[in-house]
Write a protein that binds this ligand. Structure first.
Ligand code: IVH
Length: 664
């Protein structure tokens, strides 16, 4: 092994250790800065020696290419589901049923949180992560390996390679990894991650996810791993699939969890051991009390036999094991009267029906409005004005109307007719499919770009703290500015006069002056804020910053085609198309020209001209003379394709001179 290789191995092991400490144990051992230094050293080594960048290197977590579709993979052992119970009685019946299957045996149960995510199977061959799949129909799933690799708590290589449950390690370290190990668990989006993702989607004009499970599923089904890498996904492992060639197999669930933990996996933070139905009830109640403090959403408890021998004896039905069951907690619900349905028009023209409710207390707060999602939802549930409805708040999620309390119908309720024109401006509406995956057009949108609701929304968004950060430009002022006709688009802000603003209702001269000072100051904001502020579909703050890093000016961004835009890190096809489409609209072109005239900064402070990647990255060549088998231009193209630069004359910066015959 040469010294580069040795350093590479050392770095890989060190980074893996830190990833485990940070992502699995949540106990970082070094600062982010030190970690970045190690990571960049590794990147540089692999740039210089690309053959070192093997698929299990920490640098290879995000592959650059989106997939066309997922391949199907058959499961070597079916991925079953669980039967559900909803009451203590049902739970006691379950315990009795299993006891009848195993007469005279002492049963020990394990209780675990039921994580509200997506079941996955991870495959390790000789200790190396080689593939992962969704549950699919239980027999065949989707191969989502590239997406799973982006999840840092999934080790690309097993940590302790002894291949046996904790205890005296036996045999040679390397040969002891099981020939094949399949582990199973749940991929989820943390509660905090879910909130953040939804806030970003809202800001980018995208539809929000209804709950963390949908968000996790939507993320894992993305074909572009670079997008998945941005989603704060995590995993908890709680089971085994097919295992071959393990030195010793665990005999109980608790041993198996300890083994998985020793191999470097995240396992449930807390489990309960129970020996009777009473103990199970107590554990389930305790979990109900603590589950709010868990980082993931839980919708129940999973109860499973600890002993694997007993599991085998109890067996399976066609769908689910007989030795395990899910206990579902009731979602927090309340009943109240639906007084009216209002339809809100958002910045992108989307019409969202909102339930106006008789105020009711639910899960810690008073609720008087709840979402009704879209027209189809109201129709499918046959929700009528005046109905008693059930509303639900699952965890952190926005309250929603989930059902009608039919026995309480009096016959006086009225069907709701979804507006056929925009409730704000009376213009035509259409169910145009959105650009989003899965948005097949359930959303009605107002087609009038001058719709006051849209103008207001765009104005408010432009002024928001995360965008151009203009103090005072909130909902109230935006409404007044649009209503009074002073502002029709964001460029109008820059020609507002003090007297005009001060003349608005409830607007003193001092506030008007402050607001206009904020408007003037916003001219100097960095490009990414302006890009975000424009409200281009899919261009949230993160994407806007990425564009700011990849392009020097607004004109460079807007004059680029899809290919150039997607070269920018974090910019996928959907985003690029959205930018190109936005720029193609003549109204938007006019808006940009007016902003230019108003003197706004179009330059990016974040711009980092990227040294090209490749084996010759950051090397400068000078070509001279006649080369034996290439024209000089051909040689130059090859050097550039490999990341190098070609210069016309020798200087201090020259790394190599390629001298042909008759060189000068
Ligand atoms: S054990 C043979 N344990 O719940 C089935 N499942 O409703 C073994 N789930 O498909 C599943 N947390 O996706 C098990 N601690 C946990 C779980 C869990 C969540 C999911 C899993 C399963 C679904 C069944």
């Amino acid at each position: 092994m040469n010294s580069t290789q040795a350093r590479h191995t050392q770095l890989v092991e060190e980074i893996r250790r830190h990833d485990h400490a940070y992502y699995v144990l949540a106990q970082p051992a070094i600062s982010d800065r030190e970690y970045d230094r190690l990571y960049h050293e590794l990147l540089d080594l692999e740039k210089a020696c690309p053959q070192l960048a093997t698929p299990d290197s920490p640098t290879q977590r995000v592959s650059g290419r989106p997939l066309k579709e997922f391949n199907s993979v058959p499961h070597r052992q079916p991925m079953l589901s669980l039967d559900n119970t909803y009451s203590q009685e049902e739970l006691r019946e379950f315990v009795n049923r299993v006891q009848r299957l195993l007469p005279g045996e002492n049963l020990e149960w394990i209780v675990e949180p039921k994580i509200d995510g997506l079941a996955v199977n991870l495959r390790y061959e000789r200790g190396v992560f080689t593939g992962g799949a969704t549950r699919g129909d239980g027999t065949t799933g989707d191969d989502i390996t590239a997406n799973l690799k982006t999840i840092r708590s999934i080790p690309t290589r097993l940590q302790s390679r002894t291949g046996v449950p904790p205890g005296p390690a036996g045999g040679d370290r390397r040969d002891a990894s099981p020939a094949l190990l399949e582990v199973r668990g749940e991929v989820y989006l943390s509660k905090a991650g879910f909130e953040k993702l939804n806030a970003e989607r809202k800001a980018a004009g995208e539809e929000e996810f209804a709950n963390p499970r949908n968000a996790a599923a939507g993320s894992l089904k993305q074909l572009d791993p670079r997008i998945v890498a941005k989603r704060p996904l995590d995993v908890v492992l709680y089971g085994l699939g097919h295992v071959e060639g393990a030195a010793q197999a665990p005999e109980q669930h608790d041993q198996m969890l300890a083994w998985l933990k020793a191999l470097g996996f995240r396992t449930p933070e807390r489990i309960w051991h129970c020996r009777s139905a009473d103990e199970l009830v107590a554990a389930i109640e305790e979990l109900d009390r603590v589950r709010r403090s868990l980082p993931y959403e839980t919708d129940g408890a999973v109860i499973k036999l600890n002993s694997f021998a007993q599991r085998e004896a109890a067996g399976f039905t066609s769908k689910a094991p007989r030795w395990a069951i899910a206990y579902k907690y009731a979602a927090e619900q309340a009943e109240t009267r639906l007084k009216a349905i209002t339809v809100q028009v958002g910045r992108t023209g989307a019409l969202t029906p909102v339930a106006e409710l008789e105020p009711v207390f639910l899960a810690g707060s008073t609720i008087s409005r709840a979402t009704l999602h879209n027209e189809d939802y109201i129709r499918q549930k046959d929700i009528r004005l005046g109905d008693m409805v059930t509303i639900e708040k699952a965890g952190e999620v926005i309250p929603a109307v989930v059902d009608v309390v039919l026995p309480k119908r009096t016959g006086k309720e009225e069907s709701f007719r979804f507006p056929t024109t925009c409730p704000e401006c009376g213009s035509k509406v259409a169910r145009a499919p959105g650009l989003d995956e899965g948005d097949e057009g359930v959303v009605w949108r107002c087609l009038n770009p001058d719709c006051p609701a849209q103008v207001r929304g765009r104005l408010e968004h432009w002024c928001a703290r995360g965008a151009m950060d203009i103090e005072g430009g909130g909902e109230v002022l935006a409404r007044q500015l649009v209503q009074s006709g002073l502002v029709r688009d964001v460029a109008d802000l820059y020609s507002l006069k003090l007297a005009e603003v001060a003349g608005l209702e409830r607007m003193g001269e001092k506030s008007a002056r402050n607001f206009l000072e904020g408007v003037a100051a916003s001219k100097q904001r960095d490009l990414w804020r302006l890009l975000f502020g424009l409200g281009i579909l899919h261009v949230g703050a993160g994407v806007a910053k990425a564009l700011g890093r990849g392009f020097a000016t607004l004109d460079d961004v807007l004059n680029s085609g899809v290919d150039q835009l997607t070269e920018c890190e974090d910019v996928g096809e959907v985003i690029a198309q959205s930018v190109v489409q936005w720029q193609g609209d003549s109204r938007n072109q006019k808006l940009i020209e007016r902003l230019r005239k108003a003197g706004l900064n179009f330059n990016s402070q974040l711009y980092q001209p990227q040294a090209k990647a490749g084996p010759l990255a950051s090397k400068t060549f000078v070509l001279t003379g006649t080369l034996p088998n290439l024209k000089r231009e051909e040689a130059a193209a090859k050097i550039e394709a490999a990341g190098g630069k070609v210069s016309g004359s020798v200087s201090k910066k020259t790394d190599y001179v390629v001298a042909g015959t008759e060189a000068g």
